[in-house]
Design a protein around this ligand. Structure first.
Ligand code: XMP
Length: 445
């Protein structure tokens, strides 16, 4: 039996009756419609996935592909690249050269921490940090468009890796690409930093190495199963994903040193404050506090918010930011406006309502204004203009292809926002992003 319904994400969903005697239904989102690729998931796959078999097969396969050659891997400390590194090290031992590109976009202290964990038992994978901060900052300087930044990041990333591979006499690059990376890039949602061959870029011709991707058939949840099986500490196996281009995709618009520094401070506070609520992914984003000239749209949204929340419209401030963010509309990339909503109460404090209510408000705003890709709702506002605003994001998701907004308690949101205002003297407002994926993506860019 097959039934086609509409999932809350607006993606078509197929419900298949799996075991009629128990009336168990498997829900699989038809991502073919959403992304242009046919991926079929079923709830049975997770149960039948055998990490021991997978690891054995991949070790054999990797050995066959790499043989006695030397291979390079760039690890970021995220679950995919770390799992890929440990797995490949099991296969080819010290013929694997492991580097951490310190590209300026990792969290504070992260490169050193990753080296320390990898080099200790049970892994004993020697890793070294390659400091390329200046090179990346120079390459990204002045760029504002998200896709342009992603492409420049990818180009710089692979040029640095090509040079490192030549220095280390490696002709093979091992990387932890997973299924979702390819789906999103091929589907045209965003250029993931690690997808080349699948979009027609020949790595041998362009960069002088072949690519081996041991995890490319897996979803994130399966990578975690493999990570646990390989004995990675919980800190890594259960870790929230961190994108390859790192914090660069969370600095909306132009990347400047002071803006990046502020984001690093806010990232530490947001991660520390939200972790206890166990969202699938949670982080901070930074936006220039510059408005675009869209007076009539802002006024229209102001009226919508006032009616929806039943507050006087003079209490509602709508900021339409100059820089845009990435979203998905009808399965395609949508680079749209970011709207910040600040609602004062009579007592001069900010208006609070259930997060679910704010998600419904967001849906109304985006339906009425399709150019909007993100709705931010203010948790703290200084009432004076400073150069930046911070967005907090927390989402629940299984596969990272769709995601819902986490219902974080207001007390937590306020506490974290207070901390950000206190520690970041150039930030005037801290918002919570109330946009699910779709219509937003998880990352801003
Ligand atoms: P989006 O923003 O596309 O993110 O909804 C889905 C998941 O992918 C991660 N992400 C990336 N991971 N390279 C990566 O390794 C990338 O270029 C990249 N872009 C997004 C994101 O953090 C989320 O978990």
């Amino acid at each position: 039996m097959k039934l086609l319904v509409l999932h809350e994400s607006f993606l078509p969903v197929t419900i298949e009756k799996m075991h009629s005697e128990f009336s168990v239904f498997a829900v699989s989102i038809n991502h073919k419609k959403a992304t242009g690729l046919n991926i079929k998931r079923d709830s049975g796959r997770m149960e039948t996935f055998d990490p021991k078999k997978f690891v054995e097969a991949q070790i054999a396969e990797t050995n066959k592909k790499i043989g006695s050659a030397r291979a390079l891997v760039a690890v970021s400390g995220g679950v995919d690249s770390t799992t890929c590194t440990v797995l490949t090290h099991r296969a080819i031992g010290d013929n694997l050269v492991c580097v951490i590109l310190d590209d300026a976009f990792m969290r504070e202290g992260e490169p050193e921490h990753v080296v320390q964990v990898l080099s200790k038992p049970p892994f004993n994978v020697p890793a070294k940090i390659v400091n390329v901060r200046e090179r990346f900052m120079n390459a990204m300087k002045g760029l504002r468009d998200a896709e342009e930044k992603r492409k420049v990041f990818r180009e710089t990333f692979y040029q640095v890796l090509a040079e490192t591979a030549r220095n280390e006499k490696c002709e093979i690059l091992v990387q932890g690409t997973i299924k979702a990376d390819i789906i999103e890039t091929v589907g045209g949602v965003k250029t993931q930093h690690n997808v080349l061959e699948q979009i027609g870029i020949n790595p041998m011709q362009c960069f002088g190495f072949e690519i081996v991707e041991p995890l490319v058939t897996l979803y994130k949840s399966e990578v975690r199963i493999v990570a646990r099986h390989l004995g990675l500490p919980e800190e890594f196996s259960e870790r929230q994903p961190f994108p390859g281009p790192g914090l660069s995709v969370r600095v909306v618009g132009e990347i400047r040193p002071d803006k990046l520094d502020t984001l690093k401070k806010a990232t530490a506070l947001v991660e520390e404050g939200l972790v206890e609520h166990r969202p699938s992914q949670y982080f901070a984003m930074i936006v220039d506090n510059e408005q675009s000239a869209q007076q009539s749209r802002a006024m229209h949204i102001q009226e919508t918010v006032a009616r929806f929340l039943n507050v006087p419209s003079r209490n509602v401030r709508v900021d339409m930011f100059q820089d845009r963010a990435t979203g998905v509309q009808g399965g395609k990339r949508h680079y749209g406006d970011v709207v910040g909503i600040v609602v004062q109460t009579m007592a001069g404090k900010l208006h609070q309502t259930a997060i679910q209510n704010l998600i419904s408000l967001q849906a109304k705003i985006i339906t009425e204004n399709p150019s909007v890709a993100r709705v931010y709702y203010a948790i703290k506002d200084l009432g004076e203009k400073k150069p930046y605003v911070i967005g907090m994001r927390a989402v629940q998701t299984q596969d990272f292809l769709t995601a819902t907004v986490s219902e974080i308690p207001w007390t937590t949101l306020e506490k974290v926002a207070d901390g950000v205002i206190a520690k970041c003297s150039n930030v005037s407002t801290v918002y919570y992003d109330v946009t699910p994926k779709p219509p937003a993506t998880i990352e801003m860019e």
